[in-house]
Design a protein. Structure first.
Length: 666
């Protein structure tokens, strides 16, 4: 693409960004009242405990207490989640909720989904945790019905929220952070916030990541155990982001965002005995602009508008003598134009309803698909209703999907049409008690990706969408435990998922071919517990733990050798535990991650088994104040036991590592 054409696309995307129009209205009248004194004696209860579906959240304060520095570290603490990690600082990291697959998990950034029509999964390592205020995981549809239709179109969702500026004593803020550590890690970042009058503010964030990435690991070949070095694991990346925030009269708000990510990294590949594959490189460039606006039109009616333009470029190089010219290069350019409009109706009483409609156009230009430029037009419309009072929350929705592909040449897949219902109920059986029961059902599907449909030799344009049905029953409780904890929260859920027409690669006479061959049944349970206990007048101990059980089996063919065997890379048992001890001297955080044995192929035999592992992380931090500066010092030790393990077979994870960080706020 020429530079002129690329500039035009950026201008067009910027025009789409600011197409969310804010109507001017009369200025609000604010009534101020001085209170003689207020003492907060109880922690605000997170609404997830009242939700009709399982919702898990970690906020900025908890991330800091536990010393988390990467998004995958925060997501890995959620129950029922599998983070597929290919190892190293620059390794690919994807998220799967309750074994449904990463293609069924949406990743939303400030309320608007990150999409990848080529592969259908999002690499969360491309997003910084420094700029994030909270991370929320939803298994199903949340009780917030005033959302875009796209937010209803996945089996699970990872919602990433960045910090919104809040000004008190001055009109600007600056944060500078420098982090370094093992394997050549150097990671500086800067965030600047500015108040622009009464109704506007802005924030900007920039981050550079550099690491050699090579780390030692242990290679076992029968009885021979050798110490090796992971090679070609370097990464250089730049993330930049700018936001403008606005307030409208009568309580309306809007936000506009521009984001750019640029990285070059080595791909060390899988470990193969007596072979040193270190010549694969990957370049990624992602630019998007998006805007979101919400405003009341009357006492009972509100409107929401969203828009986004996204351009993603990737280049993969593999230098190997097996190729005719000693090199193969895969180039891919994706573009998406997206718009959404929604209405929220709140009549008097406990009832509310919403209607949202989304339209998107996605295209791909690639030299690894059979056709020149596949394009996809997607229309999503959802209607939802909710009844909510102090003891009962009942939500129902119906999503209508229409999708049309234009392949440019050759056979074109048939249009996709489907209605997807969902319902959730949360009930407090005893008045005055914090115990709640919940039950939910959701029918959803995911369409084949461009790679599934058009990839050279493997693509199959006759593929059907994967269909998934989700059932969940659970209970939640929060309150005090006298003499033990001033606040405690507990949740337990059992669930059943069924996936039909699962898309898999099946070997044919000459090559692998994408086909609808699979059926998967998933039975599981998720349990979580957290407590907060003061120790004296100046110390606080916070404990939390999660446990997950998943029996995810192949239910395709009773005559198959893998029938009723656990599906690949799904542990039966997993769990986490964490502790944070806050005191006037040095705050201490600890995280334990447990993963049971898994199988790398559908057949559960000894040759395909991977052992479980436990990983321990310890962090310490201290915050100092020097005039108008707030200085935070932090150190972390990861994988303290120096345990050698793989998340993906033949992709060894790093052993013991250290990180040091300095943060200065002004």
């Amino acid at each position: 693409m020429s530079d002129i054409l690329y500039r035009k696309e950026l201008l067009l995307g910027a025009g789409l960004l600011f197409a969310v129009v804010a109507a001017s209205q009369e200025k609000d009248t604010v009534l101020l009242r001085t209170l003689s004194g207020v003492e907060v004696v109880e922690r605000v209860r997170f609404p997830a405990l009242r939700a009709g579906v399982p919702v898990q959240q970690i906020d900025r304060a908890e991330m800091d207490r536990l010393g988390m520095q990467e998004l995958s570290e925060a997501v890995g603490r959620f129950s029922g989640v599998t983070v597929q990690d290919y190892g190293g600082i620059g390794g690919l990291k994807t998220v799967s909720v309750r074994s449904l697959g990463s293609q069924h998990t949406a990743v939303n950034y400030d309320g608007i989904a990150i999409t990848d029509a080529q592969r259908g999964q999002v690499d969360i390592s491309c997003f910084s945790l420094d700029n994030v205020e909270s991370v929320t995981l939803v298994a199903g549809q949340t009780d917030d019905i005033f959302q875009s239709a796209r937010m209803y179109a996945s089996a699970g969702a990872l919602n990433i929220r960045t910090g919104v500026p809040a000004f008190t004593d001055r009109s600007h803020r600056l944060r500078v952070k420098v982090r370094g550590g093992s394997f050549g890690l150097f990671n500086p970042s800067v965030r600047y916030e500015r108040k622009l009058g009464e109704f506007f503010s802005l924030s900007s964030h920039a981050e550079w990541l550099s690491a050699g990435g090579n780390y030692p690991f242990t290679l076992t070949n029968g009885r021979i155990v050798t110490k090796e070095m992971r090679k070609n694991s370097d990464i250089q990346s730049l993330r930049t982001e700018a936001n403008v925030y606005g307030r409208l009269a009568r309580g309306g708000t809007w936000q506009a965002k521009a984001y750019y990510y640029d990285s070059e990294r080595g791909l060390p590949g899988s470990v193969v005995l007596y072979a040193d594959r270190t010549r694969e490189r990957l370049w990624d460039r992602n630019f998007f602009v998006q805007a979101h606006g919400r405003a009341p039109l009357s006492r009972t009616l509100s409107v929401q508008l969203q828009a986004k333009f996204n351009r993603t470029y990737s280049l993969y190089h593999n230098m190997d003598p097996q190729y005719a010219e000693g090199l193969t290069a895969d180039r891919n350019v994706q573009k998406e134009y997206y718009g959404s409009a929604g209405l929220w109706f709140t009549p008097a009483g406990a009832w509310s309803a919403s209607l949202s409609s989304d339209l998107s156009h996605t295209s791909l230009k690639s030299n690894v698909v059979a056709l020149l430029s596949p394009q996809r037009l997607t229309s999503l419309t959802v209607v939802a209703a909710q009844f909510k009072n102090a003891r009962l929350t009942a939500t129902a929705s119906l999503l209508a999907t229409y999708m049309r592909d234009d392949a440019g040449q050759g056979a074109r897949p048939g249009d996709k049409r489907r209605l997807s219902p969902a319902a959730a109920l949360s009930f407090r059986p005893f008045a005055g008690d914090a115990l709640r029961l919940r039950v939910s059902y959701r029918d959803i599907f995911r369409v084949p990706t461009f790679t599934d449909l058009y990839y050279i030799r493997m693509g199959n344009t006759n593929l059907l969408p994967e269909r998934a049905a989700q059932y969940n029953v659970g209970l939640t409780w929060s309150g005090r435990i006298p003499a033990v904890a001033r606040y405690a929260a507990f949740s337990a859920d059992v669930y059943y998922n069924r996936v039909a027409d699962k898309i898999v690669a099946i070997p044919t006479m000459y090559v692998f071919k994408m086909m609808n061959m699979g059926k998967v049944e998933i039975k599981g349970a998720d349990i979580s517990l957290s407590t907060e206990s003061p120790l004296g007048s100046a110390c606080l101990l916070m404990l939390s733990a999660t446990f997950g059980y998943r029996h995810a089996t192949d239910a395709t063919n009773p005559g198959s050798k893998s029938y009723r065997h656990q599906i690949p890379y799904t542990p039966r048992f997993s769990g986490t535990a964490s502790a944070a001890f806050e005191n006037p001297w040095i705050n201490i955080g600890y995280i334990l991650t447990l993963t049971g044995e898994r199988y790398v192929l559908p057949q559960n035999i000894a040759a395909n088994r991977m052992g479980g592992y436990a990983e321990h992380t310890l962090s310490v931090n201290r915050t100092l104040r020097l005039r108008r500066f707030r200085i935070r010092l932090q150190g972390e030790a990861l994988n303290i036991g120096n345990r050698t393990y793989d998340v993906i077979r033949y992709y060894p994870m790093p052993g013991r590592a250290f990180r040091l960080g300095l943060t200065v706020d002004y």
